[in-house]
Ligand binder design. Structure first.
Ligand code: SF4
Length: 196
């Protein structure tokens, strides 16, 4: 379980979508991190790359509280970006809190490879309580909207037996959400602007 100081950790976010059906199995909360230095050619979300002075700044505790308040209406959370593992302390604390206090699943979409994660203690700790990591750089030469991968080189790394490749293959590739204020949001790997 995360300590009080971990819950106070600042977390730089690009956006939060409370409910989505196109970002993993079931209805999921989607949290886009702000900040990514991996520079994949053809990245669809360059606005998520800067960290300083961009996006929202929240504490882990605030994001945990909002997520748990909605826990009966969602299956889990998908962390994407930007690059979630550039803020490993925040991600580790968030995942640990969800594991300790709910049955919510966590999927992490990252540009780091499994090897890069395993070689780095902080990144390894960040995914210790995740159910599934989808790992590796986006490769625009190998586009693949199906299965939440974005490009076919990206690797499924199951940390628990909660999800199978078949579960992921059934995820819709595109979702259009119209908010109460008429704001239209496109998400999913086939969205205009893409997930990554
Ligand atoms: S595709 Fe993902 S990992 Fe690659 S530059 Fe874009 S946000 Fe970063």
């Amino acid at each position: 379980m995360a300590g009080v100081s971990d819950l106070d950790t600042p977390w730089y976010l690009h956006a939060v979508l409370p409910r989505s059906a196109a970002n993993g199995p079931g209805i999921r909360r989607v949290i886009w991190s702000q900040g990514c230095a991996l520079s994949c050619p053809g990245c669809f979300n360059p606005e998520t790359h800067p960290t300083a002075g961009a996006g929202l700044v929240r504490t882990v505790g605030d994001v945990v509280g909002e997520t748990l308040a909605d826990a009966t209406r969602i299956e889990g959370v998908t962390l994407t970006g930007g690059e979630p593992l550039e803020q490993p302390v925040a991600v580790a604390a968030f995942c640990a809190e969800l594991r300790a206090h709910s049955g919510l699943s966590v999927i992490v979409l990252t540009g780091f490879t499994r090897r890069e994660i395993e070689q780095d203690p902080a990144r390894s700790a960040a995914v210790a309580d995740a159910d599934l990591v989808i790992a590796g750089r986006y490769n625009r030469q190998l586009p693949l909207a199906r299965g939440l991968r974005g490009s076919s080189n990206k690797e499924y790394w199951a940390r628990t037996d909660r999800y199978t490749a078949e579960d992921l293959a059934a995820v819709p590739e595109l979702e259009i959400t119209i908010a109460d204020d008429a704001t239209v949001t496109f998400t999913g790997m086939h969205a205009p602007g893409g997930e990554f």
